[in-house]
Design a protein around this ligand. Structure first.
Ligand SMILES: Cc1cc2nc3c(=O)[nH]c(=O)nc-3n(C[C@H](O)[C@H](O)[C@H](O)COP(=O)(O)O)c2cc1C
Length: 168
């Protein structure tokens, strides 16, 4: 175990990637060695002491590659210090409340129970109609989800700093 932290993420339109990059940057600023990678590019988790794993939420679920990653690596992750985050809800207010009170999609909770993450966060996301395909546009118009960039960089920063504090 010679590397300190991995921030792995799953994104479709880039908003979650930017959250992951920010977390990685803050961990490095705190003096930790941190890699930031999309889950599909992670080859070996075993060198890392800590893993931060986050996914965008679509239709109440994590991106498939992030859910598969969590499942496939559950045994290694159970031996590491793990932090999870979901990103997605748009609009004002507590992001957990906007997600109807949950932090992690239901299907992933039994796996998370075995991994016992240090924390599970929810961060606001971004909705930009111009980027979406016609079906997604139709869905978003239908549910009248608020459009715009609602990411709360202060919340993301303080969460990343709390991780750095635990790891130092
Ligand atoms: C078709 C569609 C479905 C979505 N479903 C949800 C959802 O169920 N819950 C939620 O909080 N956000 C939902 N979102 C919002 C996304 O999670 C948000 O846009 C997020 O920031 C996308 O991250 P990404 O750019 O990393 O892919 C949805 C967005 C789209 C386009």
């Amino acid at each position: 175990m010679n590397k300190q932290a991995l921030v792995a993420y799953a994104t479709k339109y880039g908003a979650t990637a930017e959250i992951a990059e920010k977390i990685g940057q803050l961990l490095r600023q705190a003096g930790l060695r941190a890699d930031v990678l999309p889950v599909g590019r992670v080859r070996d988790l075993s060198p890392y002491k800590a893993v931060v794993l986050g996914s965008a939420v679509y239709m109440g679920r994590w991106r498939r590659e992030a859910a598969m990653f969590l499942k496939a690596n559950r045994k290694v992750l159970a031996r590491q210090s793990v932090w999870l985050f979901s990103s997605g809800p748009t609009g004002e207010g507590d992001p957990v409340e906007l997600l109807e009170g949950w932090r992690l999609p239901r299907a992933l909770r039994p796996i998370a129970d075995r991994i016992r993450p240090r924390d599970i966060a929810v961060f606001h996301g971004v909705l930009n109609l111009n980027k979406l395909n016609p079906v997604e546009k139709w869905i978003i118009n239908n549910v009248k989800a608020p459009l715009g960039d609602f990411r709360d960089w202060n919340a993301i920063t303080s969460w990343a700093r709390s991780i750095a504090d635990e790891l130092k």
